[in-house]
Design a protein around this ligand. Sequence first.
Ligand code: SF4
Length: 70
Amino acid sequence: MKAKVNKDICIGCGACTQIAENVFEFGEDGLAEVKKDLKEIKAEDEDSVRDAKESCPVEAISVKEKDDEE
Ligand code: SF4
């Protein structure tokens, strides 16, 4: 799984960083991003990433279930 935050849309509400704290963090710009030191999303974190995507009020999070998906 891969996840991405569209910073042009993110409003910095903090939902994703609470729901999937292992995956999302705030950058210096105050907007969410996938943790820079995270090489891959662990299987046990995938459900929380899906929850975060569903909970984002502005749909700024995109998720690819498979790494090779475009
Ligand atoms: S839930 Fe969405 S709007 Fe809120 S911080 Fe995360 S990406 Fe940004």
